[in-house]
Design a protein around this ligand. Sequence first.
Ligand code: HDL
Ligand code: ZN
Length: 425
Amino acid sequence: MQRRSPKKISTLPLSRIKSAVHEIVQRTPIHDIHTHLYDPALGPLLLRGIDELLSYHYLVAEAFRYHRMDYARFWAMSKPRQADLIWDLLFLQNSPVSESCRGVLTCLQALGIDAKKRDLPLIRKHFEKWSAHDHVDRVLELSRVGRVVMTNNPFDDLERPLWLKGWKRDERFQAALRLDDVLVTWPQAVPRLREWGYDVTLETSPRTIAEVRRYLDDWIKRMKPIYLAVSLPPCFEFPGPGSRAPISKLIANAVLPVCRGHNIPFAMMIGVKKLTNPQLHVAGDSVGHADIGVVEKMCDAWPDNRFLVTMLSRENQHELCVAARKFHNLHIFGCWWFLNNPSIIEEITRERLELLGLSITPQHSDCRVLDQLLYKWGHFREILAKVLTEKYTDLARTGWTLTTPEVERDAKKILGGSFQTFIKN
Ligand code: HDL
Ligand code: ZN
C-alpha cells in the first residue's frame, strides 16, 4: 500500500507571524497555578461580583491615597459602601488609569456589562442574576482558564470545617496546601496543632518534627494538593539542615521530606514584608529585596526536591532567572502582586524567555475575585503575544522556519504545560 507522505505543514511567513501568534496565545487554555479562588462548592469563600472587584485590597490601598478617612471607620463599612467610596474616588473623581482600576473595567467589558453609564447600582444588578456555578462556568469559559489552583489553609476557621466535612470536588479547582501559619508563625501554630491532636511543642524536637509530618500527611491525604506553599519575608535565610531556627528545621526536617515522599513540589513565594502598614490589613503588606543565595542553597542542598519559586521584588528577577539556569529542580513562576503591571510584566517575560526559553511559567493570576481571571489573563495574553511575536520574528530573520503547531506547542507550555511537566518529573 502506498504510504502517504506526512501532511506537509506550511511554515509561517514573516508577515503572518504576528497575527498567528496573537490568535494562538488568545485561544490557548491556561493552568492558573496560584490563586485565592475557591471551588464554588465552598460557597461564600469564593468572592465574585462588582463589590468584591472594587473592594479588592489593591484598590483599597490606592483609594487611601485620595482620602484620609479613619482606617477603622473604613473597615467598619459594608463591602458595598466601601465599593461606592472606591468607585467615586478612583473611577469618577480620577480617571482609572492604574492597572487594578483598568482591570475592573476589562472584567465588565468581557462580561458584556456597559460601564460607560458609570451607573454602579445598574452594574450590581447584572451580577445579581448569576449563581456561583453559572458565574464560574461563564468566567472560566470567557477567560479560557482550564484549571485554577487554590490557596488552602487548614488554619482558616471558615475553610477547615468544610475540608473536614468534605464535598464533591470540582476538578477544575486544584488544591495547594499553604504553610505560612506553621512555618512563619510557629509559636502561634503550636497550641492549635495541639488542639487538633498533634503532639507538638515549641521546641522542634524529633517528636514535634514527626507530628508536623503527620499533620502534613493528614492534610495532603485530605486535600490532594499539587504543591505545598509558603510566603516568606525578604530576610528569610536558610543556613541548611539542622539549623536552630524553627522555620529552617521545619522545612528541612518535615516539609521537604514529606514533599519528597509524596513527590510534590515546595513553592516558596519570597519577598513579602507583612503589614508594613497594619491599619491597611491585607492591603498593608510591602516588598523587600531577598537573598537569591537562599534559593540556590536550598536547590543545591536538596536535589531530590522540586522548588517552585516566585519573588516579589523586581530587583530579584534577573538573578532568579540565573539561579534557574543552575538548578533544574527550580521552576520559576509569575509576575507576582506588585510586579503584575504591564511595564514590568513585559520586562520580566522578555528576560525569562531570553535566559530560560520555554522552561518557565511566566504568569499566575493571584486572583482573589472570580471575575479578575478576565483581566489578569486578558492583559497578560496581550503582552505575551507581543513578546513571543518579537522572539519568533528574530528567529525568522535568521532563516529559521516556524509552523503553527510549533507555536501552539510553545504557547501551551508557557501557559501551564511546563508547570505540569515540572510537577510530574
Ligand atoms: O501570599 C500570597 O499568596 C499573596 O498573593 C497575598 O495573598 C497578597 O495579598 C495578594 O493577594 N497578592 O496578589
Ligand atoms: Zn497569592
